[in-house]
Each structure stands twice: as structure tokens, then as C-alpha cells.
Design a protein around this ligand. Structure first.
Ligand SMILES: [Zn+2]
Length: 306
């Protein structure tokens, strides 16, 4: 099995990132194409093309990290906010087309699995990951296994309440005061525009902070403190050894978000969780999702062999 490879596919709102990955998490070949925004059939056709581009005799399984909750029993994707995918039996369709075992997971779970197996979380049994990007994704590894809740729908850590009756959440979420309403690149862009005018965005905010601009640092400090409320609660619930912060915004603003986040987290978390949980930056960058998706594929392969 050690010489076998898996194809991992990270299905993003704008890009499909696919790669052939070894059992130790090395990406051997990559392929990238745009995610269509018109029809589901078009998206699936592009996923199939990405896989066909990478396929060779060494590939033993295929895995997906999808921007939606997954029904792991039926191999379905639930409807998504950002791509025209939903209520589709993706696992059976890809299995039939390529004749290989197929695994599905949520993209944030896949990213957490990627960092756990091949990045910041190597050798750790209890960790969680938050990705701060266009949304806030979460994934949990508990007692050396991915935590998936009922049939693969957990863990949506971005949709926990940190402010009662707070700011409305994004997309199809009807909630208020969720982490996702405060911690995304979009939320940072909105704050940057309010402070620096309509052409500002999250990138400029982080650049200004790097240049020492005080208002920019203050805005990121405020976002970091809200992050800390979430991290303190997660530390109390999951008792992790490690919390990994990823996603485009999370990685770019890490140095500004984490000191205030730790201050609040250490106030909110009980001992011994407070002292136990380290917070680190993700290591795999944009490859975390596809590497994790490949490990979901290896899981599907093991399930077939068992
Ligand atoms: Zn929400």
C-alpha cells in the first residue's frame, strides 16, 4: 500500500485544486482549473477532467474536500453557498467513472486532516483548525481521529455564537453573532473600508498594519480578540493540544491576530486547557485541502480493504 497514491481534490468557490499525493503526504503532481459557476453538471465535468489529467496506475483512490456538508453514508454533498453543487451523489458518480474507491469530506475537515497528517499537527492526537478566508471553516481531530459528528456533518466551528444577537452571519446561515460574521477576509475588508475608504480591503489592512499604521493594527487587534473568544470556548470543549490557524486571511494577519486572541483565550479557557493548547500557523498553505482530501481517499481505500 505504501507505493500507492491518492488523488485529492479541493473544490473551491473559484478554483479546483487537485494533486497526486503519497501516503506520507507529499504532493507529487498538481493540476488546477477554474470552478464553473453556471451548472452542477459543468462543475462535475471539470472535476472529472482534473482527475483524468492526473490519473495513472499508481492512483488507488480519490478524495474530495467540498465546500459543503457531506452525507458520508450516501456519499452526497448537501447544497453549498458558493458553488452550484448540492444534493448530488458525487461519490457513486466518480466511483463509477474511474472504478476506484472515493471518499468525501467537508473542505475545512480536509484542511484539518491535511495539517494533522502532513503539516503543523504531525504527531498530535488532539487538535483543531480554523480557516479564516471568505468563510470560517473548522475541523477537529479528537483522540487521533477526525471528528465528523453525525454522518459527516460536523464540525462547523465558524458558526458558533460569540456575540448574542450580534452581526448577521453570511450566505444561507440565519444566525447572528457567529464567528464567521467577524473573522473573514470580507469582514476585515468591510472594517478597512470604513476606516480607509471604499478602495481599501483586507490585503491593504494587513499591509498597513505591517507598516505600523495604528488604526489598522487596532482593527486587527479587535478581530483577534473575537477570535480569542472562540478559541477559549473551543479549548474548553475539545481540550486540544494544538490549534492551527489557516486560510488566506488567517495566515496573512496571523502576527496581528494571535497576541490579542491569546490574551482573551487565556481569560476564557479553564485550566488545564488554557496551558495545554498551543496556537500555531498552518504550514501547508493552499495545499492543505487537497492533501487532506487525499487522506480522505486513503481512508476510503482502507474501508474497502477491511
Ligand atoms: Zn453562521
Amino acid at each position: 500500500m505504501d507505493d500507492k497514491h491518492a488523488i485529492g481534490v479541493d473544490v473551491g468557490g473559484t478554483k479546483i485544486l487537485a494533486g497526486v499525493v503519497s501516503v506520507d503526504g507529499h504532493v507529487l503532481r498538481r493540476h488546477e482549473r477554474s470552478t464553473p459557476t453556471d451548472t452542477q453538471e459543468h462543475v462535475v465535468a471539470e472535476l472529472e477532467t482534473a482527475i483524468a489529467e492526473l490519473l495513472d496506475d499508481s492512483v488507488a483512490a480519490i478524495g474530495f474536500g467540498a465546500p459543503s456538508s457531506t452525507d458520508q453514508r450516501r456519499g452526497y454533498l448537501y447544497p453549498t453557498v458558493n458553488t452550484p453543487l448540492g444534493n448530488i451523489p458525487l461519490r457513486d458518480r466518480i466511483q463509477e467513472r474511474f472504478g476506484l474507491p472515493v471518499g468525501l469530506d467537508n473542505d475545512a475537515n480536509a484542511a484539518a486532516i491535511g495539517e494533522w497528517k502532513a503539516g503543523a499537527g504531525r504527531g498530535v492526537d488532539d487538535m483543531l483548525m480554523l480557516t479564516l478566508g471568505t468563510g470560517v471553516g473548522g475541523g477537529v481531530i479528537s483522540e487521533g481521529r477526525p471528528f465528523r459528528g453525525n454522518n459527516g456533518i460536523g464540525a462547523e466551528l465558524g458558526h458558533v455564537v460569540v456575540v448574542h444577537d450580534g452581526r448577521p452571519c453570511q450566505g444561507i446561515c440565519t444566525g447572528r453573532g457567529h464567528l464567521e460574521a467577524y473573522l473573514t477576509g470580507l469582514a476585515a475588508t468591510a472594517a478597512a473600508r470604513e476606516a480607509f475608504g471604499p478602495s481599501a480591503d483586507a490585503h491593504r489592512l494587513v499591509r498597513l498594519a505591517n507598516e505600523g499604521e495604528e488604526t489598522a493594527i487596532e482593527i486587527l487587534t479587535g478581530i483577534g480578540r473575537i477570535l480569542g473568544s472562540g478559541l477559549g470556548s473551543f479549548a474548553n470543549v475539545f481540550g486540544p493540544e494544538l490549534i492551527v490557524i489557516g486560510g488566506g486571511f488567517g495566515v496573512a494577519a496571523f502576527e496581528f491576530l494571535i497576541p490579542p486572541a491569546l490574551e482573551v483565550m487565556h481569560r476564557e479557557a479553564l485550566e488545564p486547557m488554557r496551558s495545554m493548547a498551543r496556537v500555531e500557523k498552518a504550514q501547508l498553505g493552499t495545499a492543505a485541502g487537497l492533501i487532506g482530501a487525499a487522506f480522505v481517499a486513503f481512508e476510503a481505500l482502507e474501508a474497502v480493504a477491511a
